[in-house]
Ligand binder design. Structure first.
Ligand SMILES: [Zn+2]
Length: 190
């Protein structure tokens, strides 16, 4: 099945254990906020923090596992055309736009788009920010740079438990995060 995520929007997809998920940057330079909850218990969900802990790395590499808050394997990285993704930033939200750009009112944002898609009210969502390029220097300073993804680049994940995905095409046009513009994303589940 193929799914299109329009710019600045989110969708949910039910995916079974064993299925493959391709996350495709259609035009290039677009961040995808990738979140999931267990199909049987929404209190078990994807955790970048646990993923950093278990993999002992701030990076996501081919062969790595993405874990839940309960330290269970949720996805495995099968292939990756880009190699730069972000495990640190929470979903953008109105307060983030207000903090940095003073334009939070009615701004499309990944927190509301994913909560809306999942019919949930999570107070904060930490996704895997696929294609987001966060550079950390030796002092720990963090800079968000333009994604390295080119048109058609993809990441393929194997699903290791039954899940409900909540995925958003990120809404930030104010910085280099999405190369200065918001574009669509394609998801293939097979
Ligand atoms: Zn966002």
């Amino acid at each position: 099945m193929e799914y299109y995520i329009n710019p600045c929007s989110g969708i949910s997809i039910d995916v079974k254990s064993g299925q493959m998920i391709s996350v495709i940057d259609i035009e290039g330079g677009q961040v995808v906020d990738f979140f999931a909850e267990s199909a049987v218990d929404s209190e078990e969900f994807l955790s970048p923090g646990v993923t950093i802990d278990c993999n002992e790395s701030l990076r996501l590499r081919v062969g790595d596992t993405i874990y839940t808050n309960l330290y269970k394997p949720m996805f495995k990285v099968i292939s990756d055309d880009v190699g730069e993704h972000d495990l640190l930033h929470p979903c953008c939200r109105p307060e983030m736009y207000e903090f940095f750009y003073h334009n939070g009112d009615n701004h499309s944002n990944c927190l509301d788009n994913i909560n809306g898609a999942l019919n949930s009210k999570r107070p904060i969502i930490h996704p895997v920010n696929i294609f987001m390029y966060s550079e950390i220097d030796g002092n720990g300073d963090l800079k968000v740079k333009k994604p390295l993804s080119k048109a058609g680049d993809k990441v393929v994940l194997e699903t290791l438990m039954d899940v409900r995905l909540g995925i958003a095409a990120c809404s930030v046009s104010e910085s280099e995060c999405n190369s200065g513009k918001c574009t669509a994303v394609k998801i293939i589940v097979e």
